[in-house]
Design a binder for this molecule. Structure first.
Ligand SMILES: [Zn+2]
Length: 245
């Protein structure tokens, strides 16, 4: 067994699950990625367990496990809500994974993980307020104030993707349905950069701010950002509103 304490971080995405193991000094010791099983909660759990087992076997060490999910655990029910991977919705993911991995684990919203990471030592380092936005399969947001993630009583603070797209034009109303119940949300307008790349001129967001959306999308997409999604870090809520509009 390795003496070093390792930390395993898992990004549970809509299309892939990626795991990374860090040493005590933050060195990357291992990295694995598998496609997310579609529409199957039990297989998703198994895929996560296999990733952790695989990494621990490779490193001959047992690690702590933290998981970022595209959604959140409702403080009211203890069940996943607002997940872009809808197969997770209504499940006690933290309890199930604790049991499956035989240890205490931590689960947080993936956009909150991204925002706190950028606030700690990334693009937002040193800023008092950091607002991070992920546009990928879904649209997530996280807000960090003085080094702490704001979650709010319903654990949805910073969830910018489910706000209606500001200042819609008449032909954009009422807008596509979002799974949260609203119509014409930022998520339904701005998610999936692949569609922007294929047809930027036909996308409502791209039509409004073609240069901004186009260059941000291309840069992140071509760079193969770690989450395989377009990630923008915006350091104020003003610029956050400017992005989708
Ligand atoms: Zn929504």
């Amino acid at each position: 067994m390795r003496n070093e304490r390792i930390r395993i971080g898992i990004d549970l995405g809509g299309t892939k699950i990626e795991a990374i193991a860090l040493g005590e000094d933050g060195r990357v010791l291992a990295r694995r990625r598998v496609p997310t099983p579609t529409g199957d909660y039990e297989r998703t759990l198994r895929a996560i367990v296999e990733l952790v087992d695989g990494i621990e076997g490779e490193l001959k060490a047992r690690g702590s496990v933290g998981i970022g999910i595209p959604g959140m655990i409702s403080p009211a029910t203890g069940l996943v809500k607002n997940a872009n991977s809808i197969v997770l919705i209504g499940h006690a993911l933290d309890k199930d994974l604790r049991q499956a991995l035989r240890r205490e684990i931590r689960i947080a919203n993936d956009a909150n993980c991204f925002a706190i990471s950028e606030a700690a030592d990334g693009a937002g380092a040193g800023a008092e307020v950091v607002f991070g936005v992920i546009v990928g399969t879904g649209t997530g947001g996280g807000i960090v104030v003085r080094g702490e993630v704001l979650t709010g009583p319903n654990a949805i603070a910073g969830e910018w993707g489910h706000n209606p797209l500001p200042w819609p034009r008449a032909e954009e109303l009422p807008g596509p349905e979002c799974y949260c119940g609203w119509r014409g949300t930022t998520k339904t307008r701005a998610a999936n950069p692949a569609s922007l790349l294929k047809s930027p001129s036909s996308h409502p967001v791209a039509r409004k701010k073609p240069k901004l959306v186009w260059s941000a999308t291309k840069t992140a997409w071509r760079a193969g950002s770690p989450t395989s999604s377009t990630s923008l870090i915006l350091t104020s809520s003003c610029s956050a509103v400017a992005y989708p509009t």
